[in-house]
Ligand binder design. Structure first.
Ligand code: ZN
Ligand code: ZN
Length: 359
């Protein structure tokens, strides 16, 4: 299975998997214990740092694990001869490194130089950057009306939510027992996308009826993409219209609602939840990764960073899929919205009355 865009496991299956999560939610920076600051450099992939300087022809402990890393994120095809993951630095690994360097705006040397290794060990989204060795992440396609090059990408086939479904609902896995404060982080994240599209998002209390189901899971949680404990991969999400949004239950999260993009802490192992949520919602709506570092859809984020505001690249990508319904819709009179809300309420009241009468 090549990740969640091909996922067919029903969401319901995940709801019955009992995996205790250890996530802690910090409401502000000052509540984060010093220990987390001291552990800032720990990473699921920190062993890669000792591979610095390796090149074609070398054999070194850890190269097989590095190949698994590149395979996981789509840089080595699962059908490749290198999929046996030996500790040999071969040409397949070299071309994987080159493609990775191109996607992350690094000098494409094909060598494990220091800037490349620093990027590799950063915490990141679990969704792949490439599918079957192909990538649009840094394709730089020309936009029709501007001279700028777009870096956004889509899932293969450009799946999106159907036109009849512009009002999407989301629900939280009940087993996580999330507080209202945590749920509000996700509400803010959804608003950032509804502000620039015709899409609306409303919270549902039913995971069975919701379009999007959000849950924190630890380790192997049944979709073939296990989480890896603190740091490493932080979350992953499916393409439309599957609606599965999973976060690593072993991360520690900051849930303060500070509005701006910035470094909010020294380097730390605590991750800003809204930043990750805005990114994963981009996937849920059909966006792939972007090589623009300021973009929400850039795959990596360091602990202590907050990035919640959509960049031009994100907006152009999402509006390619759904059009610009945001600004024109909000300029409509609120009276009209009130009218429709009122009508909806009246209709639901009538339906309730009919049900009561009929029963
Ligand atoms: Zn991602
Ligand atoms: Zn998952």
């Amino acid at each position: 299975m090549r990740f969640l865009q091909q996922l067919t496991i029903p969401s319901l299956l995940l709801l019955v998997i009992v995996t205790p999560i250890s996530a802690t939610f910090y409401t502000n920076v000052s509540s984060i214990p010093t220990l987390h600051l001291l552990n800032a450099t720990r990473s699921a992939w920190e062993t890669f740092e000792k591979l610095a300087g390796c090149h074609v022809g070398d054999k070194a402990d850890g190269l097989s694990k590095l190949k698994q890393y590149f395979s996981r994120f789509g840089y080595i095809s699962s059908s490749s001869s290198a999929a046996n993951f030996t500790d040999d630095f071969d040409d397949v690994l070299k071309s994987a490194i080159s493609a990775y360097q191109k996607n992350f705006n690094l000098k494409a040397t094909g060598k494990l130089d220091a800037p490349t290794l620093r990027q590799i060990v950063r915490p990141r989204c679990g969704n792949p950057d490439m599918v079957d060795g192909a990538s649009e992440m840094n394709a730089g396609r020309k936009l029709l009306r501007t001279v700028a090059a777009a870096r956004y990408s889509f899932f293969p086939g450009k799946p999106r939510w159907p036109k009849r479904n512009r009002d999407l609902s989301y629900a939280f896995v009940p087993r996580n027992n999330l507080t209202e404060e945590v749920k509000q982080v996700f509400a803010r994240a959804f608003t950032r996308w509804s502000d620039v599209t015709p899409l609306n998002f409303t919270r549902s209390e039913s995971v069975f009826k919701a379009d999007i189901v959000i849950g924190f899971f630890s380790g192997d949680h049944g979709d073939g993409e296990p989480f890896d404990g603190p740091m490493g991969t932080l979350a992953h999400a499916s393409s439309p219209p599957t609606g599965m949004f999973h976060l690593d239950g072993d991360e520690d999260w900051l849930i303060s609602g500070d509005e701006t993009n910035r470094r909010i802490m020294p380097v730390t192992s605590v991750v800003d939840l809204e930043s990750v949520a805005v990114h994963e919602i981009g996937h849920l709506l059909g966006l792939g990764h972007s090589s623009v570092e300021d973009a929400i859809m850039y795959p990596a984020i360091s602990g202590g960073d907050r990035k919640v505001e959509l960049a031009k690249d994100d907006i152009e990508g999402i509006q390619y899929l759904y059009g610009d319904g945001g600004s024109s819709r909000r300029s409509e009179t609120s009276g009209g919205a009130e009218f429709w809300r009122g009508l909806g309420f009246s209709l639901s009241s009538i339906a309730t009355c009919l049900l009561l009468i009929c029963c």
